[in-house]
Design a protein around this ligand. Structure first.
Ligand SMILES: Cc1ncc(COP(=O)(O)O)c(C=O)c1O
Length: 293
């Protein structure tokens, strides 16, 4: 993984990431009382800005923490951060915690002053060889909490699942609950069967993926789309499996638990969709990230 870019934003100031400091009494540190967003930047422009900041607003509302900024203010903060880090292609990470009080109490502090942090990092690189061969995944049983629709930084279960995948020499862990496929440890999931694109429905058990929604929009009208439960057996028998995430677009999974998916190579539906994704990126390049109503 490449190092983050040098400048970050912390509580109203731009500072060197290496010098940024928060209190050990911050509730993000003590309780994971905190939510976040990750969004890609192409040519200096944030991609799917409104979708990400609508989701951040929802995450904050669900944890009963007031959004510290309007969409327009968030845009301004992040555009400055991107410019201070030289623009171009990168991704931006934003985190809002319920701040700190002098003590450790589960209940909310009487006065909440959120901690607002943002940093930028280079986008992960997927080599041509990886795109050509596809990635691999293992399946794991779900042992996360019951509100996976909130993008909280309390990610220990996802961390352990991802490490299990790494230990097995795989790229992603696909999460299964009661025999149904939910999502990856840090990705949404799709299968293709007999030309139909299928993805599990949003619920409290999965994060509503921004890239998932963009993928569904691109696929609609090009191929039949079904949003429904996906049993594990159907994942194993799929012609194609894809994962999606903001920093990775859509990527093909060609091997699950050591067995090939379909032909064992990225399939024709994936190749078509990834071309549409690239076209979408180019269409959005140069348009404003957000226009206040
Ligand atoms: C658990 C989980 N599901 C799905 C996603 C994909 O969401 P998005 O496409 O908005 O990045 C992520 C991304 O971090 C994730 O952590």
């Amino acid at each position: 993984m490449a190092e983050p870019l040098p400048q970050c934003y912390l509580n109203g100031e731009y500072v060197a990431l290496r010098n940024a400091r928060i209190s050990p009494l911050d509730r993000g540190f003590l309780f994971g009382d905190s939510v976040y967003e990750v969004l890609p930047v192409f040519g200096g422009r944030m991609f799917l800005f409104c979708e990400h900041f609508d989701r951040l607003a929802r995450s904050l509302q669900e944890i009963r923490l007031e959004n510290p900024h309007s969409h327009a203010a968030w845009q301004d903060i992040l555009e400055r951060l991107i410019a201070r880090n030289g623009g171009g292609d990168m991704y931006v990470y934003v985190q809002v915690t319920r701040g700190m009080e002098f003590g450790r109490n589960h209940a909310f502090p009487a006065v909440v002053k959120p901690t607002v942090f943002a940093m930028a990092s280079p986008l992960p690189v997927f080599t041509e060889a990886q795109r050509a061969a596809g990635l691999s995944a293992i399946t794991v049983e779900d042992f996360r909490w019951g509100r996976c629709d909130i993008k909280t930084t309390a990610l220990l279960a996802n961390v352990l699942m991802k490490q299990q995948a790494m230990d097995a020499g795989a790229n992603e862990a696909i999460i299964i609950r009661n025999g149904q496929v939910l999502e990856g440890a840090s990705t949404s999931i799709f299968i293709v069967r007999d030309g139909v694109l299928i993805t599990p429905p949003n619920s409290h058990r999965i994060l509503p993926g921004t890239t998932r929604d963009a993928t569904l929009s691109l696929a609609t009208g090009v191929m039949p789309v079904e949003i429904r439960d996906v049993p594990l057996a159907e994942l194993r028998a799929a012609d194609e499996v894809w994962i999606s995430a903001a920093t990775r677009d859509v990527l093909p999974i060609t091997c699950v638990d050591g067995s090939p998916i379909g032909t064992g190579l990225p399939g024709p539906a994936y190749l078509r969709l990834s071309e549409s994704f690239e076209n979408l990126r180019q269409r959005l390049a140069g348009t404003p990230a957000y226009t206040p109503a």
